[in-house]
Write a protein that binds this ligand. Sequence first.
Ligand code: ADP
Ligand code: MG
Length: 694
Amino acid sequence: MNNTKTPIDINMEIQYVKGVGPARAELLNKLDVKTAGDLLEYYPRDWVFPPKIEKIRNIMPTQEVTIAGVIESIDFHKFKRPPQLEVYLADETGICRIIWFNAGYLANQLNVGIPIIAWGKVNLYKHNTQLVNPKFKVIEQLPQNEAEELGGAVYPATEGLSSAQISRIIRNVIDELSEHVHDFFDASYLKEHNLINRKLAYQLIHAATDDEQAAKAKRRLKYDELFLMSTAIAVRRYRAENFSTAQPITVSDKLDSRIRSRFPFLLTEDQNNVIAEIIEDMGKQKPMNRLLQGDVGSGKTVVALYAALAAIANKSQAAIMAPTEILANQHFLSIERYLRNSQVRRAIITGGMKSKERTELLRQIKEGEIDIVVGTVALLEEDVEFKNLSFVVIDEQHKFGVHQKAGLRKEHSPHCLVMTTTPIPRTLAMTVFGDLDVSIIKHRPPGRGKVITKWVDPTHREAAFEFIRQRLKAKKQAYFVYPRISNIDENDLIKAAVNEYENLSKLHFKDFSVALLHGQMKSDDKNKIMADFRSGKIDVLVSTVVIEVGVDVPNATMMVIETADRFGLAQLHQLRGRIGRGQSNSYCMLFSESENDIAKQRLEILVRSNDGFDIAEQDLRLRGPGELFSTRQHGLPDLKIANIIDDFELLSMARRDAFEIIKADPAMQQAEHKNIRKELIAKFEGKIELVDIA
Ligand code: ADP
Ligand code: MG
């Protein structure tokens, strides 16, 4: 035995790590820390390096200060707007008022008698000093001398395991753990990119002693995360472009006018531009991989149908895949409308088909007797075989996920058009859809009415209903949307579709035809109700979010959204897109009694803006990207330390670097890329197709 210490085994169960044990191991497991190695990437959520502590007596307005003291009193003023948490903090020289807005949750972390440090800008309140929304840290005891170190990493903690305890555990082993970290860039690359070495980055992320060190560590680890993600995307894109061939689709002038004559309107400038992009892509021997973004009702389906007809005219088949049966039906109906009397042979395939029917349809698809097939995920089943599929439309891809899409491409390499109504800010499009080209339809076709959105106060409910009744009498139609199908029990105060349906049909709208639609109904029943609503037999459709995407009934000009605060902003915007599809003005009425500030802000944004991109940006700001669009849904691991909004510049750099490397050395065989390749395989194994580099 030599006497150099062997580094801790990174696969060691967490409970055997020094200072952990079974009880803490259980808590750490809850935080997703299962092995010693997991500690390395259990990143702090913040770093706190407070400057010198001032005596309360000496602090002056406008100064940035740090004070330390014991909490004398805590009052939570819940009913103030916004709610305030008021704390008085005392040291041996004086007392200082501290106010935190919208921070009721802090009340659980603070208690009378405990010492804290707090830092922020001083201002005056009734002639005394106060801090507003300062940062703070609970400390074990008041600092005895100024040299005492209070700073360091702040970890996401859990009940029974504080940030300080986690910090101690990690600091104990960080030197040993970091012995397992190897760099995958060489020194010159690091220098050129102004990055510190990887081992040091892992040490400093946990044990930095000042902001500068923490910043350097963060920069390196964020870069790595963004770089590896971008490399995976670059590989995926390289594969799509170089390892699969597609049938080139050509469009002569004659074909172009033949297709256009199918539409009873002139295409808009945006539609024409997008079609030009699509036809250019589809003319090539490599598969198109394009994302078409456009707000609801902007005319995407028409564009998709144009491309499908082009594919069919080139003696091949086209498929349109929708996320739900209602939408598949609707796509099919609109295709039927445009293709009336045409020779194009079309079919719809759904999950609920009888097996005899299905077998016959599959045979026709396989023999090429069908030109265009519309369907749900049923299109992806093993036994669906095409004779010659050259073009696929995927509507609302994020509802499927990448792996399913990959299924459809298993045997064929069709040109692929992904359509989405979710306005994806540029930052997200770059990463999440980094292997797609993006087209946008910004302006909706002309001649549409406005959509007027109101947030209705509960006292005006009856007036709103009367307004709706008047318009129903004029033969307009209305949606009522609820966040839930039915109530859980009688204490459940959130309005639910099934329960309110009774009220609306028997009471408020008893003179009209009211129907209920929700996801737990049989698909035949759903289709029947949608058909009756479309044809005007039903005046009021009471529903859940099943009507969210793509439903197109131009005569429906009213929408009531109950307990609107229960929906996300993007979702509300999607819902609202169901109206405003005809020529007359439409009305969206939001009901909400929420006192939650974020919820209120969301509804205000919706009342103010009708622009999906604008709304998406604001939503991102309110909620962060994770909720709106998780990278995991796209076959990429979630980011642990980088954030594609805040770290956009670093992302752009990492992306450029990654694409350059893959362009120069697609299989990452060169000596300086071998370690990147290894890291990539370790990180993405099984998550994306990396066969050509693995
Ligand atoms: P999306 O798929 O983006 O929701 P659609 O293609 O379904 O939009 O179009 C929405 C509505 O607008 C449809 O009723 C369609 O017939 C109509 N429409 C599409 N393009 C035009 C256009 N250029 N001019 C007039 N109406 C159009
Ligand atoms: Mg549509």
